[in-house]
Every structure is written in C-alpha cells, then in structure tokens.
Design a protein. Structure first.
Length: 178
C-alpha cells in the first residue's frame, strides 16, 4: 500500500515539475520573442546607418530574414517526429536556442559589412527563433490538456501577458538603443 502512495506522489511531483519547467520555458520564450522587437529595430538601423541601404532593398532583406516564420508547420513535424538526444522537444529547444544565440552573437561581434552576410546570419537566427516558438507552443498544448477546466485559458493568458509585458520593454529598449 505504501508503495502505491509513493508512486502516485511521484507522478504528482512529475506533473508539478513538468509544469514548472514549462512555465519557466514559456516565460523565457515570451521574453525572447518580445525582445526580438529591439533586434528588428537594430537591424533596420544597421541597414540604414551603417550599410547605407535604400528602404526598398532593406525591406527585401527583412522579408528574407522573416521567411522562416512561414515554415512553422514543418518545425512542428520535425520536432514531433525526429527525436534528438532521446527527447522530442527539449533537445530541439536547447539546440535552436543555442543556434539563435550564436547567430546573434556573431552579428554583434563581427559587424559584417556585406548585407547578404548579415541577412544570412539573421535568417538562421530567425529560423531558430521560429522553431523554438513552435516547440514551446506544442508544449503549451500538452500542458494545457492536463488541466481540463482551466489549463488552456490560464496558460494562454500567462503567455500573452508575458509577451505583452516583455514586448513593451523590448520596444522601449529598442527605441533607446537606436
């Protein structure tokens, strides 16, 4: 009998632990996504001030950078069907988060003068961000199903609150640095 009690407590602990991990992941992803506003403003300023590109050419390059966002359905299929290091989602989040960090660090440290090099690096950063956003959304759906009554409402409200809050901070920060 005691064995059954400890097994159910372990299951409950796992559920609570998974929810805590998810909440941390969701808040970090909302901050990451929302602070991308400051990156977009910085990129446009870099194209205009440093590379001296005309607005039409800038817009073409920004469209290329944002192209990975239109392929999110593929990222969902990849993360659901191709396990990486034994997991279907966590490893993808870590890998793509590291890729995004490396790409943004590369642009920040090297300050490339060729617009196509900047666009290529930021394309891969955008791909990584879109992939992580897709995987986090999938994790949110799984977590929301655990609480039938209020799961999706509470998690969606938290996610949108974080995106709004960090979006405002990112916009203020982006305005100050550009």
């Amino acid at each position: 009998m005691a064995r059954g009690i400890s097994a159910s407590a372990t299951g409950s602990d796992r559920c609570t632990s998974a929810l805590t991990v998810y909440l941390n992941l969701a808040i970090c992803q909302a901050a990451n996504f929302s602070f991308s506003v400051s990156v977009e403003l910085a990129v446009k300023d870099y194209f205009k001030s440093v590379l001296k590109l005309d607005p039409g050419h800038q817009q073409i390059l920004v469209a290329i950078i944002k192209l990975p966002w239109s392929l999110r359905i593929l990222y969902g299929l990849i993360s659901d069907n191709v396990p990486l290091c034994g997991t279907r989602r966590k490893s993808w989040v870590v890998l793509m988060g590291a890729l995004q960090f490396a790409m943004l660090l590369t642009v920040g440290l090297t300050c490339p003068e060729d617009p196509m090099v900047v666009t290529a690096i930021l394309f891969f950063a955008s791909l990584a961000q879109a992939f992580v956003a897709c995987v986090v959304d999938a994790i949110m759906v799984v977590q929301a199903r655990r609480d039938k009554a209020f799961g999706s409402q509470d998690l969606s409200a938290l996610m949108f609150f974080c995106m709004g809050f960090f979006g405002a901070l990112g916009s203020i920060y982006g305005g100050l640095i550009t």
